[in-house]
Design a protein around this ligand. Structure first.
Ligand SMILES: Nc1ncnc2c1ncn2[C@@H]1O[C@H](COP(=O)(O)OP(=O)(O)O)[C@@H](O)[C@H]1O
Ligand SMILES: [Mg+2]
Length: 254
């Protein structure tokens, strides 16, 4: 229920070849305005997002924190375009997602967003290089150049020797580095992370955060986390409670 679905990233959609996903000089990299989302089940309504205003800038690393059930995954899903708000506007990289069709959002996501999840979500029957090449294949790349690019990506995260290995042969930290390479291979402007360090020990979590935070210089990085060991990497920490933002603190103010 309400879980951020990692595989919506792989969702198939009809190609909308005329769609130009290029951003149009956004004021903010991300802006959710008066975002509302209610889930109704068995006649009962849950106000997952009450009226949320959330912004993030290019180059900013924003962490979204808060107790279980406070709406973190819902907010992340709305920004990723895997869930639509009932009311309010969602602008990501200059695009109003609420004005796009589902196929356009799928295309937009494939072009512009990289995902990193707590449980890595690597495909066990594919080698590391094949896993990393997936975002490129979804964009229509041929497999040979996609694999070449994937290998470069794995080298960049220090896993050049694991190119032809299967994920289960790797440690958790190494698997997350493969997932980071996969999230970056198509050079997305937005990186979305759901609890990226929660399955890792402290030292490995720090290494993973070093890699992720290095990406925030030219992209926007949004991380949902419970892990206070990594708060120091945030430019800003946004706290949710009961479907509302109750604080936004840090080095940057939006
Ligand atoms: N698909 C859904 N159907 C019904 N209720 C949902 C669904 N998704 C989320 N919720 C409810 O919305 C609230 C916020 O959920 P969520 O965004 O997953 O919180 P968090 O990620 O902070 O734990 C919770 O009360 C949750 O039970
Ligand atoms: Mg959640």
């Amino acid at each position: 229920m309400g879980k951020f679905n990692p595989f919506s990233f792989f969702k198939t959609g009809k190609k909308t070849s005329n769609f130009d996903p290029a951003p149009v000089s956004p004021e903010h990299s991300i802006s959710v305005q008066k975002g509302k989302k209610t889930f109704t089940q068995g006649g009962e309504s849950t106000y997952a997002l009450r009226s949320v205003d959330f912004q993030a800038e290019i180059g900013e690393l924003v962490m979204i924190v808060g107790p279980s059930g406070s709406g973190k995954t819902t907010l992340l899903s709305v920004i990723a375009g895997t869930l639509r708000c009932d009311e309010g506007s969602v602008t990501v990289l200059g695009r109003r997602l609420d004005n796009l069709s589902s196929n356009q959002i799928t295309d937009f996501r494939r072009q512009n967003i990289g995902f990193i999840f707590q449980q890595f979500h690597l495909i066990p029957t594919l080698t590391c290089a094949e896993n990393v090449s997936i975002p490129l294949l979804l964009q229509g790349w041929k497999s040979k150049p996609a694999l070449e690019k994937a290998k470069e990506g794995l080298e960049a995260v220090g896993l050049g020797s694991k190119i032809n290995q299967f994920p289960k042969k790797l440690s958790g930290g190494q698997q997350q580095r493969v997932a980071i390479a996969r999230a970056l291979v198509h050079d997305p402007e937005l990186i979305i992370c759901d609890e990226p360090t929660s399955a890792l020990d402290s030292e490995t979590g720090i290494k993973v955060m070093d890699l992720i935070s290095a990406q925030a210089k030219k992209r926007t990085v949004i991380i949902v986390t419970h892990d206070n060991r990594i708060y120091k990497y945030a430019d800003r920490i946004v706290e949710l409670e009961d479907g509302q933002i109750i604080s936004s603190t840090g080095k940057t103010h939006v």
